[in-house]
Write a protein that binds this ligand. Structure first.
Ligand code: AMP
Length: 294
């Protein structure tokens, strides 16, 4: 019998891809017996930000499971859903390169056997009414629907999310508390391009000139972090919004919020832990970013 290490030639990791729950459960039963399961849910069109989540998950768990599912329930804008980039073959190769053990790739009827417009409602308090929730009504209820379903199916030990979607991380943490799940949330830092632009699947929809303007969104956060001082925050918010508008953005918001509960802050006592959050359109593409201030 030959030793694996003696085998010559290229080594290729083979990832298991499953599309239905029965096949997934069979693999999960075996995987669970071997150790912790880490889960990285995505909507595909993978970039380095997603791959960093996979790498962190691989380091911290015996089994890494990714999912790709473009969730129709979380798109408040039908055009955004239709234009969402799909690059599934490339995604599979990228995941295999990272040695992700299993990809769950369900069709919509597996996730929503009764349709995605059902009446399930998650009481998130103010969390889904402010910031993104205010400008994208129903978005976080849609996120909760899909994450709740995926967590019920996969039942991972740990769930890997990106700080890029700061409010989403808080919403999912709240969902886990509400539904009394055992999964631990791990939030990983935002991965950026060399000019500071937060990586996003939607960035490919920016034109060449919009792509050059886009890093201003990150710069405006950096500037706010340097500018902030005890007292009123209104001047900074207005100034940052005006700078984005002058550069051709259509800002939805530039806000400071408490790191603890995301309550919007107009004044600062110089002590409370804050995060600055921004959302703005550049042409048809909506960009979001955030930065922890202190
Ligand atoms: P999405 O495919 O956009 O739904 O994102 C899937 C996961 O990747 C979410 O937890 C996102 O927060 C995370 N993510 C997206 N972009 C980045 C990034 N630039 N850096 C780190 N995580 C990210």
């Amino acid at each position: 019998m030959r030793n694996l290490a003696d085998l010559k030639g290229p080594y290729r990791f083979i990832m298991i891809i499953v599309k239905n729950i029965d096949a997934l459960q069979r693999h999960l039963d075996k995987a669970r017996a071997n150790g912790n399961i880490g889960f990285v849910p995505t909507m595909g069109a993978l970039h380095e930000g997603h791959l960093e989540l996979i790498r962190t998950c691989r380091k911290e768990n015996v089994q890494t499971i990714a999912s790709i599912f473009v969730n129709p329930a979380q798109f408040n804008d039908p055009t955004d859903f239709q234009k969402y980039p799909v690059t599934i073959e490339k995604d599979i190769l990228l995941l295999e390169k990272e040695e992700c053990q299993l990809l769950f790739l369900p069709p919509v009827e597996v996730i929503y056997p009764h349709g995605f417009k059902g009446t399930a409602y998650f009481d998130l308090g103010d969390l889904d009414k402010i910031l993104e929730g205010r400008f994208r009504p129903g978005h976080f209820q849609g996120v909760c629907k899909v994450v709740n379903r995926l967590l019920d199916i996969v039942q991972p030990t740990r769930l890997y999310l990106g700080q890029k979607d700061f409010q989403q991380c808080m919403v999912i943490q709240k969902l886990i508390e509400l539904t009394k799940k055992n999964t631990v949330v791990r939030v990983c830092p935002t991965k950026r391009e060399s000019d500071g632009l937060a990586m996003s699947s939607r960035n490919v929809r920016l034109s060449e000139s919009q792509r050059k303007t886009a890093p201003l969104i990150h710069n405006t956060l950096l500037r706010a972090k340097r500018q902030i001082k005890k007292g009123s925050l209104l001047m900074i918010k207005q100034e940052r919004t005006a700078i984005l508008s002058e550069a051709g953005f259509r800002p939805d918001y530039f806000e400071f919020a408490s790191l603890r509960d995301l309550a919007i802050k107009d004044t600062w006592d110089g002590e409370e832990k804050l995060v600055a959050l921004v959302a703005a359109y550049l042409g048809e593409v909506r960009l979001i970013d955030n930065m922890i201030i202190n």
